[in-house]
Design a protein. Structure first.
Lengths: 198, 157
């Protein structure tokens, strides 16, 4: 009995130490996740909004939210899919809260499509190729502008983030068939837009 | 900036084939355009991500200042309301006293007027009675003397 009483503070001390160690490990793990996935989340939000400041803000919010809920992340999906889901919801909430129409309203702060298409430089390609590429990118942006919110999200996840359909389905909360349908329509619109080039 | 990579063809083909009909249709132009788009977004994002950021210093007021501000505001609001109520009551009381005073004065005036009227009426009545007395006590005129005598005799008989 006496021995048990004497052991109690030691056990309590060890439990505290273990909890502190676990917290430290979780923080370390989370900071690694941030470092690994932050550029990708930012890129997706930038492509969705075309607004650098807004993309940065939403990226911050995304990781803040992820940090708060890190303990509840059970690893059923990959951390990237989980983060992307948060980012998609944040972006949706942002526009819904501001009662704005998604794309039209971003035009106030977002860069022009021509400017977005300027980001294509090459030391290897010829001038003609660069011009053609720039023109193509401009047309894809124009097509993306005409997509619905879901189509745009699915399109960007597929062709910018190069995610698999199953991953997109998990991130968007849609089933794979719906993702395929959205993607098909989006690609159809891009194709039609490029058809106008000829 | 080196954003063009040689893996263009095969990577694009792999991505586009996935149930979107891109690969099947053999639409090379579309594949190329999507690949260019992807690289363009990556290039833009990389540049935007690594740009130097300016952080605006946010001046945060300590919470006690906020609390003090609220307290002061509440005190001012309560003070104004209380003052307004007090002033209203005071005005009402003053008006009530003034009205009572006027009513009292009017009552006194009425009383005085009533007394005056009573006195006047009494004086008029007295005058009338005096006149009647004087009229009754006047002597019988001499021209009527024989008739008066006859009447007296008739009474005796």
């Amino acid at each position: 009995m006496a021995a048990g009483t004497a052991m109690e503070p030691m056990i309590r001390g060890t439990a505290k130490e273990n909890a502190a160690r676990e917290l430290e490990l979780a923080a370390e793990e989370f900071s690694q996740v941030v470092e690994r996935h932050r550029p990708q989340i930012f890129r997706f939000l930038l492509a969705s909004t075309r607004d650098i400041d807004l993309a940065e803000t939403l990226t911050q919010e995304c990781f803040l939210k992820a940090h708060r809920n890190w303990a509840s992340f059970r690893g059923e999906s990959s951390a990237m899919t989980w983060l992307m889901r948060i980012a998609i919801n944040l972006q949706k909430d942002h526009w819904r809260n501001r009662r704005m129409q998604f794309w039209r309203q971003t035009q106030t702060n977002s860069v022009d499509m021509d400017e977005a298409g300027e980001w294509l430089a090459s030391g290897e390609s010829s001038v003609e190729k660069q011009l053609l590429a720039r023109e193509q990118v401009g047309h894809v942006w124009a097509a993306v502008k005409g997509l619905s919110e879901r189509q745009r999200t699915v399109f960007l996840l597929r062709y910018v983030e190069e995610q698999e359909l199953s991953e997109i389905a998990r991130a968007t909360g849609l089933n794979e068939g719906t993702v395929k349908a959205h993607l098909s329509r989006a690609v159809g619109k891009v194709r039609a837009e490029l058809g106008g080039m000829r | 900036m080196n954003f063009w990579k040689k893996r263009e063809g095969e990577a694009a083909g792999r991505r586009l084939e996935a149930n979107t009909g891109v690969g099947e249709s053999g639409d090379l132009e579309l594949e190329q355009a999507l690949e260019n788009f992807r690289m363009s977004v990556h290039a833009w994002s990389d540049t935007a991500y690594s740009r130097p950021r300016t952080v605006a210093r946010v001046v945060r007021h300590p919470s006690w200042r906020l609390a003090a501000g609220w307290a002061l505001g509440c005190a001012l609001a309560v003070g104004s309301v209380t003052g307004a109520l007090h002033e209203r009551n005071r005005r009402q009381e003053t008006a009530r006293i003034a009205a009572a005073r006027v009513a009292e004065q009017q009552r006194l005036v009425r009383e005085k007027q009533g007394l005056l009227r009573e006195e006047q009426a009494r004086a008029e009545e007295e005058d009338l009675l005096a006149k009647v007395d004087s009229d009754v006590s006047r002597e019988v005129p001499s021209a009527m003397e024989p008739l008066a005598r006859l009447m007296a005799e008739d009474e005796r008989q």
